[in-house]
Design a protein around this ligand. Structure first.
Ligand code: BJW
Length: 236
């Protein structure tokens, strides 16, 4: 009996962008070791102190300018182009490194740092610079209604129906560079296992949920992701 390899769902997290110089969240020098998440990544924090939260995101947006996609991002874009079946790439990352590497069937489930969301007219638009208290929405002209288009704790991640539909049909599910500490993404491996998919973790080290995967490979994303993609495409 041959194992189905048609439909692939890939989940990525901060670890895939770590070698591009973007900090992860929960590693020793991660974002949450320097900033208390309750003060920056909740709607309540934004309501309490919008300037503090906008400054945090403005600095991270400015810091992304010189960051480049690496071999792992490029390998996933190659997989999408060369695999005859479906590849859905779901990223928790708010950077644009998968986009710039060329991935197209891509969901930014936690939003995008380079977009602003107008809470007045609900428009989302590309935003490369600082969001200030007097920034004006390009769509409705409202002043002071823009926030980063990112998903904070307690908010619903984007395109969940599309993701769970793909997980229901998945033959292969791969989790790359994520600690698996944040739901609903942390539950995708259970959904994939229930759908009968082969599941694999590619991470620097075993995550707390490593035991949930059929296979694991550990090491830097720039090595283990291109290796896996090369092997998969060669066997196809
Ligand atoms: C490398 C590497 C290298 C390093 N190579 N690997 C109690 C129980 C269960 C759930 C909850 C609960 N209380 C509240 C909740 C829900 C909550 C939640 O999960 N909280 C947990 C903390 C418990 N979740 C939510 O609120 C979410 N919304 C929600 O649940 O809505 C309701 C809903 C219900 C049902 C269905 C659907 C929805 C929203 C979560 C929003 C998360 N937002 C953030 C911030 C985004 C904006 C920003 O960037 O500021 O998203 S938090 C942060 O964590 C960010 C990340 O996307 C996310 C995940 O982090 P990630 O990517 O895993 O990074 P790390 O640092 O944790 O891990 C990096 C990994 O890489 C490590 O393993 C390293 O080893 C590895 N690595 N270098 C390969 N070179």
């Amino acid at each position: 009996m041959t194992t189905a390899r048609e439909n692939i769902v890939i989940l990525t997290g901060a670890g895939i962008s770590a070698e591009s110089g973007i900090a992860t969240f929960r590693d020793k020098d991660g974002v949450w070791s320097k900033f208390k998440l309750e003060d920056y990544a909740t709607p309540e924090a934004f309501e309490r102190d919008p300037v503090k939260v906008q400054t945090f995101y403005n600095e991270r947006r400015a810091g992304m300018k010189d960051k480049q996609p690496k071999a792992a991002h490029e390998a996933l874009a190659r997989l999408e182009k060369e695999h005859s079946g479906e590849v859905l790439l779901v990223t928790q990352n708010i950077d644009d490194l998968h986009d710039r590497a060329g991935s197209e069937n891509l969901v930014h489930m936690h939003g995008e740092l380079l977009k602003a969301w107008c809470t007045h007219c609900d428009n989302r638009s590309a935003w490369l610079y600082n969001i200030e208290a007097d920034s004006v929405c390009a769509s409705c002209g409202q002043k002071g209604s823009l926030r980063p288009d990112v998903v904070w704790f307690g908010e619903m991640p984007y395109q969940m129906d599309r993701i769970f539909d793909a997980l229901d049909r998945a033959d292969i599910f791969i989790s790359i560079g994520t600690s698996g500490a944040v739901y609903p993404a942390a539950g995708f491996v259970d959904a994939a296992n229930q759908a009968g998919a082969a599941t694999m973790e590619l991470n620097l080290e075993p995550s707390d949920g490593s035991y949930l995967f059929d296979e694991v490979a550990h090491g830097p994303a720039t090595e283990i992701v291109p290796n896996w993609v090369e092997g998969f495409l060669t066997e196809s």
